[in-house]
Design a protein around this ligand. Sequence first.
Ligand SMILES: [Ca+2]
Ligand SMILES: [Ca+2]
Length: 511
Amino acid sequence: MTSCFSCRLCFSIVAGCFLLFLPGKTNGQTKELVSESAQNTRRPNILMIAIDDLNDWVEPLGGHPDVKTPAMSRLAGRGITFTNAHCQAPLCNPSRTSLMTGKRPTSTGVYGLAPWIRNVPELSSLVTMPQYFSEHGYRTLIGGKIYHGRNGFRKAIEADVWGPASGVGAKPEKKLIPPTPGGNHALMDWGTFPHRDEDKGDWKVASWAVEELESMPSDQPFFLSCGFFLPHVPCYATQKWFDLYPIETMKMPPILKGDRDDTPDSSWFIHWDLPEPRTSWLRENDQLVPLVQSYLACVSFVDSQVGRVLDALENSPHRDNTIVVLWSDHGYHLGEKSISGKNSLWARSTRVPLIFAGPGIAANEQCQQAVELLDLYPTLAQLAQLPEPKGMEGISLKPQLQQPSASRERPAICTHNAGNHSVCDERWRYIRYADGSEELYDRDSDPNEAKNLLFGNQVTPVHRQVSQRLAAWLPKDEKPLAKGSGARILEQRVDGFYWQGKKIDTNARIE
Ligand SMILES: [Ca+2]
Ligand SMILES: [Ca+2]
C-alpha cells in the first residue's frame, strides 16, 4: 500500500544441542542457559530502536513528501520495510505493553496510560521480550523510552543494564506557544529556541547506545533497546532542523473540510477531551503550520540520532551478526480529521514505521502485508533461534523477512479502549466502536480514509460483505480495565459513555 499525501499527489528477520537449567539470577524463574558460550556467540544480537509518536512521515513510508530521514532510508536499504504495519493501541502505554509482552490490550486490560504491568497482580509475572532473551543467555540493555514513563526504570528484573531515562532535555524558559486548551499542558509546545543538539534527551540516549555498542562484551549475545522520545511533544529542535523545512515551500497534510461529517459520535468519544489541541484551535492561533514544521524538524533530528546508533553498530565487530528493528509506538495526527495527537483508529494513528535489517533478511525490500507490532516478540525469538515463547498473540514475520510477498491471513487490529477497534488488511480498514457504530474505508482508492463507505443508507452488498469478513477478526472476550487503569480511559456504562470517569455530554463536543 502506498500512502498518499492527497488524492491528487501520490507520494509515495537452530538452537544448539545441550541446554542446562540453572537458577535464574534476575527474576527468580528458572533460567535457561545455553551451555557453551560458543553457542551464544552464534546467536544474533538484537538492536531495537523505538521512536515515540512517529507517524509515517519517514522516507521509507513516503507519508510526507518533504521529510528528510536519511538514516531510516539507509536502514530500509539494508532490510525490509513493512509498509502496512499497525500498532495495537494508539497510545504509549497500551501499545508498548502489547509489543513488549506479546499480548493485545484486550487480553491484559491495559488500555490507558496506567497501569504498569508489574503493579497488577495477574499481569506482574508476564515475561517481557528482554526478560525472555535474558532467560536464554542474552545480555539485555534498555535506554530511553521503551516502557511508558518511568515504568520499570532501573529495575534489575527488566534489564541487566539501564541507560538514561527518556526526556526532553533542554527546554525554553517558558512555553513557546499560546496557552493550550484543557489546562495548558506543559508538553503541548513546539518550536525552536537557542540550545544545542547535544543537550537534548535523545542525544544522550543515542550517546549511551553508541558507548554500549563500542564496549559490548563479545562473549555473550546482546539485546539492546534504545528508545527515542521525539517527535513526541514538546516538539523542540534546534534551528538547523527547522531550516530543512522552509515554511514557504513546506507541504501541509491533507486536511479535508467536513471529513468527520460521515464518522459516528463514537469517533469523538475515543478522544473526547485531550491536552492535544484540536485543528480548530491550531488554526485560530496560527499554530497549524508551526506544529507541522516543528514535527518535521523533530523527525529529522531523531533520524540523525538513529544514524549515530547505526554508525556505531556498523563500526563495531557486531555489524554482521546483529538484527536491527526500528518501530514507533503509534502515529500522530497533525490536523487531519480535526485533531492533533493520537487516540484515533484511523491510519494517521495506527500506521507505524517498522523496519527490520540484519543476517538472513532480504535487503531493500518492502512488505505490504498487514502486520502488527505484536508480531515483534515471536519474530525476534524465532530469528534468534530461541524456543517459541509461550502465550504469544502475534505471529512471526520470519516468512515475510525471507520472502516479502509471503502472504498472511490475519489482518492488523488496533484497539483504543474496550470495544473500539480497527481491522486492516491489504486494502480495507473496518472500524467498529463500542456502541456498534462502524466505518469502512477502501484504502486503495481512498488512502486518506475520507469516505466512510458505511455511512448513510446506500451501503453496497460488497461493502457489507467486506465489513462482515473483517468484523470476524474482532477480539472476543475483551478483558475489563486492569486494576489501576487511568488516563485516556473511555468506559461504556448503562447510562452512557464516561471519559476518564466523567459522563460524556454529547452536546459539549469540542471540535
Ligand atoms: Ca507514544
Ligand atoms: Ca470523511
